[in-house]
Design a protein around this ligand. Structure first.
Ligand code: CDT
Length: 321
């Protein structure tokens, strides 16, 4: 499978959906010209990263959401993908028929059919308005926690798992996907340099982003393809670093800029076997009976007592006595 990651530069508040889709179509054309099978677009690809703004009436943010997929503005992207025979992953804000709001991604196959959906589970940030900060990170206000779990879907015979942005930092995500046989994990992200309460040094943001992708890939014998929306959005800076990572944990392609950029890699699915059949042969080596805490406990707590045989203490003083 040849994968293209379409990194997208900043989208300004004033930019129309139609203009954004034009930019995405341009990237998809480039990917098709390079005979990519699958193109990965970012999280919330169709608009600016709106959770940085506070709207007293949350419904004011509804203009950033899609009520149908594809709607009129996005349909040309589906048509182009079908025309060029390219599958794609796309992140967007979704209002479902029940009126519930999710941070969502879809997988669309090369015939233009939606074959998979994911709703973001690890929503970072806060639900309350914060004072005296240059930007909010109000994902917990605008979205509900996803209700679809971590799914794996067939794209041209390849098992593809999805997640979104902050999910990439959580080892449980890759594990849930690899336990279902995922061969490739695709994700989009918006990682602002400023997030309220996130004390990490600016230089560490790129490091921990790549570290998460690389660890997830290696420890689960999967390929990981991650697409950033990055650069400046109305003065707010977001990191780039879109990357394709092999099951060895090595980065095989990485964006150099913070703007529109396509990176491409030939994903050799056989490479996973090296790890799946040896050090990470799950069936042979995993010990789930010792992992109970992972599902029983959410936050950090007290150590669980461990009982073990203790040999009698024999100090030099006792021996002499
Ligand atoms: N969009 C998103 O999930 N961004 C987060 C910001 C950091 S929250 C501590 C991310 O993980 O990149």
């Amino acid at each position: 499978m040849r994968i293209a990651v379409a990194q997208v530069g900043g989208i300004q508040l004033s930019e129309t959906r139609r203009a954004v889709v034009g930019r995405l179509a341009n990237l998809l054309e480039q990917a098709a010209d390079q005979r990519a099978d699958l193109v990965v677009f970012p999280e919330l690809t169709l608009t600016t990263f709106f959770p940085r703004y506070w709207y007293d009436d949350a419904a004011e943010a509804d203009r950033f959401f899609e009520r149908s997929m594809p709607g009129d503005d996005v349909a040309p992207l589906f048509e182009l993908a079908a025309d060029r025979g390219v599958a794609f992953y796309l992140g967007y804000a979704e209002i479902d028929p029940r009126g519930r709001r999710f941070n969502t991604s879809i997988l669309v196959d090369r015939s233009g059919r939606i074959v998979g959906k994911y709703r973001k589970i690890h929503l970072p940030g806060h639900a309350e308005r914060l004072d005296d900060v240059p930007a909010q990170h109000a994902e917990k206000r605008y979205f509900e926690v996803g209700d679809l779990g971590f799914g794996v879907f067939d794209v041209d015979g390849v098992k593809v798992g999805m997640c979104l942005c902050n999910d990439r930092r959580w080892p449980e995500v890759y594990r849930c996907l690899s336990l279902q046989g995922a061969e490739v994990v695709v994700l989009g992200y918006n990682t602002p340099v400023f997030v309220p309460g996130w004390q990490e040094e600016p230089h560490a943001k790129m490091f921990t982003h790549l570290l998460s992708l690389q660890a997830g890939a290696y420890q689960n014998s999967v390929w990981v393809a991650a697409a950033a929306k990055c650069g400046y959005e109305d003065g707010h800076h977001m990191i780039g670093g879109s990357a394709i990572v092999a099951p060895s944990g090595e980065i095989v392609a990485k964006a150099r800029s913070e703007g529109e950029e396509l990176i491409v890699a030939d994903v050799d699915l056989g490479l996973s076997e090296i790890y799946r059949t040896s050090v990470f042969n799950f069936a042979a080596h995993r010990r789930p009976e010792h992992y109970r805490l992972i599902v029983d406990r959410v936050g950090r707590g007290e150590p669980v007592p461990v009982s073990f045989d203790q040999p009698p203490v024999t100090t030099a003083a006792r021996r002499d006595a």
